[in-house]
Design a protein around this ligand. Structure first.
Ligand code: DP6
Length: 327
């Protein structure tokens, strides 16, 4: 069978997905809003091959832990079932950023795997179908399928929980500078973290406030109101981390450098540089600014100790094929 290669971006959520109403189907407790990232992506090739006795995975040239292999094989099982195929696959995947530091490697990873594997299995799926399938591998992966600025509506059932594009990447010249403050794998995965969310006394309060925040951020996006956009994003990130830190057991994804960047951002803003932060399930800080502020933000960051590197991201297209399976 033909080898198919697909490339998918990571994405950064401004309104976050944290907590599920159905763990198995990865139905989120709330809708979320994100932007695809141009500088953080995964490229994956999939080939189904009758000679294989099991699925083979080569991710960044490293062998995978058993649980990781099982999760990927289970995802391939869904695709095999849909395609009526009983053949194992060879999967080769490359990330251009470190895993497990809050740059959503599962999002770009499962989006690229879904797109490549579905086509390699002979399925011709729509963007919506791909988004649903990617979601079953990792929730946030459904947002890496459509282009640019994206909304994932929670949905009542699997078939109506998918992401779609609100605006194309060129709609707004904002960017996300990721201050990478650690390159170690996080101790508690997002999947484990989601399951703890409901144990926080603040969980319900956050969920109740989400529809208003979604309305606000969509309006800010529509009006290109950067100040409002940044303020809502920052509040939401702190809110999610408050839930994380108060779950039982608590989840502390921040490191001292995370806190240092957060405090510095306030100072930079006071001195006239308009920049906001958001943080996922890891210590790295995403700094959101207009593209004409990149040089200044980089300069400011260079004054903070412990930042391993800075990844510059513009809004990006969603998942794409690099080969079409016909060659
Ligand atoms: C903090 O999509 O990684 O990045 O569905 O269990 O794979 P699973 O979780 P995942 O969760 C991402 C959580 C987050 C927030 C977000 O991206 O919305």
């Amino acid at each position: 069978m033909k080898k198919v290669t697909a490339k998918a971006p990571a994405n950064i959520a401004f309104i976050k997905y944290w907590g599920k109403k159905d763990e198995k189907l990865r139905l989120p407790a709330n809708s979320s809003i994100s932007m695809n990232l141009s500088g953080a992506c995964t490229t994956t090739s999939v080939e189904f091959d009758k000679r294989l006795a099991k699925d083979e995975f080569f991710i960044d040239g490293e062998s995978l832990a058993v649980e990781e292999r099982d999760r990927l094989s289970k995802h391939l099982d869904l695709i095999r079932k849909k395609a009526g195929l009983r053949v194992f696959a060879e999967v080769r995947s490359k990330n251009n950023f470190p895993k497990g530091v809050g740059i959503a490697s599962s999002a770009s990873g499962f989006a690229a795997l879904t797109m490549a594997a579905a086509k390699a299995a002979g399925l011709g799926l729509s963007e919506k179908e791909l988004s649903i399938l990617a979601r079953l591998g990792s929730g946030s992966a459904c947002r890496s399928i459509p282009d640019g600025f994206v909304e994932w509506r929670t949905g009542k059932r699997s078939k109506d929980s998918y992401a779609y594009s609100l605006f194309p990447p060129e709609y707004w010249d904002i960017c996300d500078l990721i201050a990478v403050v650690g390159e170690k794998e996080k101790k508690v995965s997002s999947t484990e973290g989601h399951a703890l969310a409901q144990s926080s006394p603040f969980y319900r309060a956050r969920i109740i406030g989400i529809p208003k925040k979604i309305r606000e951020i969509k309006k800010a996006l529509k009006d290109k109101d950067f100040t409002k956009f940044g303020e809502v994003s920052e509040r939401e990130a702190i809110n999610m981390h408050a839930v994380m830190m108060t779950s039982n057991p608590p989840l502390y994804y921040w490191s001292p450098q995370t806190q240092a960047v957060i405090l510095a951002v306030e100072e930079w803003r006071d001195s006239g540089l308009e920049v906001y932060f958001t943080i996922d399930a890891g210590p790295s800080v995403h700094l959101i600014c207009k593209s004409n502020g990149i040089a200044k933000v980089r300069k400011c960051l260079s004054g903070i100790m412990g930042i391993k590197r800075v990844i510059i991201n513009y809004p990006a297209a969603g998942a794409r094929f690099l080969t079409n399976g016909n060659n």
